[in-house]
Every structure is written in C-alpha cells, then in structure tokens.
Design a binder for this molecule. Structure first.
Ligand code: NAP
Ligand code: MG
Length: 397
C-alpha cells in the first residue's frame, strides 16, 4: 500500500501521562502506516515545559498561527502537587490558556455519537455543540486574599489619565476578592465564529449569559451578539429557517434538557467549561468528545476534551494495560488531517480522515470498546492497544 503524501504541515503538540502513551500508539498503528505524515513537533510534556521555561508552549502557539493547523495531546496543568512531583522551577500556566490567549479563539466541542451508545438524556436525538468563548473572564482573573477590615475598589485609568473608580466592598473582616475582564474585539470575533459555525452545521444558535445580574459585563456580550446577528447574519439565518436565541443561562440549561438537541450553544468561558463536560457525559463519555479551537483569522487547533487520565497512567506505570479510550484523541488527529486536506486541496488526505473515523466508530459498533463505554453497553472491555489494532485491521481491509 502506498502512503498518502502531504504538502502542508500539521503542528504537533505532544503532552503528558496516559495521553502521551496513546499519542505514540495512535501514530504508530493508525497514522504512520498510511500517511507520509509531515508534522512540526513541539514537546509540551511537563518536563520539557520546565526545561524551556515554558517557551515551548508559546513557540507552538505561534507555529499554529504560521501553519494554521495544529493537533494537541492533553497536558498537565501544574498545581502544588505537580510542582513537587516534577520538581518544577515555577508554577506554569495551563498550556491551553496560553494557546487560547495567543490564538484568541472560540472552542467548539461536539460529542462523537454512535447508535450503540444511547444518550443518557433520552430526548436528545442529535448532538449539542458547545461553543466556548476561550478568552478572558475568570481564567485571566486577578485575585486577592483580603486579610482583614478594609476597602476594596475597582478602578480604571484611561490613557488620558481620567480615572473611574467604584467601591466594591467595605470589608468588615477577612475575605476574598476577584476581578475579571474581557474585550469587545474578542467578544465580537466570538460572536462571529459562533454564527458562522452554526450556519456551517445548519443549526440554530443559542447564546446564554446572565445580563439580569451583570448588566454591564454580560450585557455587553448580549448586545454584541444581537448587533452581529442583525447586521451580518439575520438575513442568512432567516433564509435557511434557522433561529438565533438569547437566553439567561439558567433558562438555557432548562431549555436544553427539554430540547431534542441539534443546536450550537454559545457559552461564556466558564459556562462552556462546565457545560461541555455535562454534554459529553450525557452523550456517553468524556473520551467521546472532540474539541477544536478556531481563531478569528482561520487557525485550527484540535484536541481531545479530556485530560491526561492520571489514574490510568498510574496503572500503566505499575505494569498494567489500562482500558483508556483513545477515540477523542484519534478524532483530534482526523480533524487536523481533514483540515490540512481541505486547505491544501488534498482529497486523499480528507478521505483518509473520514475512513479512520468510520473505522473507529465501526469497531465500537461491533462491540470492541474500552471500559468507559462497556460501563454503558454491558460488553466486555478491551485494552487500548487491542482497540487500536481492531481499527487498524478495518483500515487495512
Ligand atoms: P481527566 O484526565 O479527563 O480524567 C478524569 C476521569 O475521566 C478519569 O479518571 C477517567 O475516569 C475518565 N477519563 C478521561 N479520559 C478518559 C479516556 N480517554 N478513557 C477512559 N476514561 C477517561 O481529568 P483529571 O483526572 O481531572 O486530570 C488529569 C490531568 O489532566 C490533570 O493534570 C489536568 O491538569 C489535566 N487536564 C488537561 C486537559 C487538557 O490538556 N486539555 C484537560 C483537563 C485536564 P475513570 O478513572 O473512572 O476511568
Ligand atoms: Mg472542564
């Protein structure tokens, strides 16, 4: 069998723990035998982030800007325990936060569905795509531990020196304080990305916030979405019989549960973080959720929605072969490969991505699946290498 050639490059971001193990296995079993894989490799594993003072993360992000397509393995976000475990020089920020800050993107997460994994919310006949504004808010907040009695203020100094100040709280005693921000330009590109993505999928768009409580902050989001809809998308939505709805976050949650699914739900950063886990759990497993970061200037970074699956890695280190589900990581690769094929007009590459996804889903439908899915279907689980070999056999057939 001759391998499919590639012209463009995929920026490859390696990661940590169990997913780093899967990464290598997926490449060896499912990619390298079939494609002349051309990647620009960045090792975002925690030891190398530490060795490079985290420069590797921003270098990788800029490489994605250059080549427009990247694929990322899950990575550890350091905390106090990881500082000790890896003897880190300092507490590095989450690599995903760095990527999002550099690419200023919108994160779209869609469950990977197959008929043999029934949805836990019976009414949801179609997947729900969560669009998460991956910029600012609580992820870029400044926090203060208030030691005792005193005054907290929020202030802004304009370039011309004008100051606006508000008293946040006269603290009677110790407490906590947080401030967060966002920017009109980022909200605007978020709104545009969501309307475009919904049109692409031919689905309604919902946007939820809490403007009744946060008149200025969430009110700005609501107004930007309304303006972008009226000025740029209303005509096309109406022509195609699609709807845009603004909802309060709590009624959106209630409305989503009673809906039939099949829409794009645009969420603010934190809501998107929470809702995407809810959606993936409802549709099966966190390991059945794709994730793509789309930047306003058309760069795409694909990854699995889950983390490095630390508990499985501990078992792996102890000599076991855990039943970790590689599906979302495979779909991260197929997403990047398909996009590369589209951008380069490489039809063979595009078709390979389709074939690999199909082989993966057919393997599951035939009852060969990992433990997270057998917990739902009652079948007998296989380990990850067995699952990958079954997919490869289908690809070769
Ligand atoms: P996690 O790695 O997503 O794992 C949470 C649990 O979900 C696992 O214990 C496992 O449950 C299940 N799970 C996740 N992926 C699975 C898969 N592919 N196959 C089977 N089961 C899977 O989240 P975490 O344990 O909270 O975080 C671990 C590390 O990942 C942390 O250091 C965190 O910083 C990092 N993280 C990275 C990213 C990212 O890079 N995008 C995202 C989230 C977390 P069972 O134990 O029940 O099998
Ligand atoms: Mg989350």
């Amino acid at each position: 069998m001759s391998k499919i050639p590639m012209n463009g490059v995929i920026v490859e971001l390696d990661g940590d723990e169990m997913t780093r193990v899967l990464w290598r296995q997926i490449k060896e079993e499912l990619l390298l035998p079939f494609v002349e894989l051309r990647t620009e490799y960045y090792d975002l594993g925690l030891p190398n982030r530490d060795a490079t003072d985290d420069r590797v993360t921003s270098e990788a992000s800029h490489a994605i800007r250059r080549h427009r397509v990247g694929v990322k393995c899950a990575t550890i976000t350091p905390n106090a325990a990881r500082m000790e475990e890896y003897h880190l020089k300092r507490m590095y920020p989450s690599p995903n936060a760095t990527l999002r800050a550099i690419l200023d993107g919108t994160l779209f997460r869609t469950p990977i569905t197959t008929p043999c994994i029934p949805c836990r919310v019976p009414g949801w006949q179609k997947p729900i795509t969560i669009a998460r504004h991956a910029y600012g808010d609580i992820y870029k907040a400044s926090e203060i531990r208030v030691p005792g009695k005193g005054t907290a203020t929020l202030s802004f100094r304009a370039e011309d020196g004008t100051e606006t100040t508000k008293v946040v709280r006269e603290f009677p005693a110790a407490g906590v304080l947080l401030s967060q921000y966002n920017e009109d330009a980022s909200i605007l590109s978020f709104a545009r990305a969501c309307f475009r993505y919904a049109l692409d999928l031919g689905q309604d768009l919902w946007f939820s916030a809490k403007d009744t409580i946060s008149g200025i902050y969430d009110g700005t989001f609501r107004d930007v979405f309304a303006r972008v809809y009226d000025e740029e998308f209303r005509a096309e939505f109406e022509k195609r019989g699609l709807k845009y709805r603004y909802l309060l976050i709590d009624s959106a949650v209630a409305g989503a549960v009673t809906s039939a699914g099949g829409f794009v739900w645009a969420c603010k950063n934190y809501d998107g973080d929470v809702m995407s886990d809810l959606i993936s759990a409802a549709f099966g497993s966190i390991a059945m959720m794709t994730s793509v970061l789309v930047s306003p200037d058309g760069c795409f970074e694909y990854e699995a929605a889950h983390g490095t699956v630390t508990d499985h890695y501990r078992a792996y280190q102890a000599g076991k072969s855990p039943s970790t589900n590689p599906t979302a990581t495979i779909f991260a690769w197929t997403g990047a490969i398909r996009k590369r094929g589209e951008l380069d007009g490489n039809e063979a590459l595009r078709q390979f991505a389709d074939r690999l996804e199909k082989a993966c889903l057919e393997t599951i439908e035939q009852g060969v699946m990992t433990e997270d899915l057998t917990a739902i279907t009652g079948k007998t689980p296989v380990d990850c290498p067995t699952f990958l070999k079954a997919i490869r056999a289908k690809l070769e057939a």
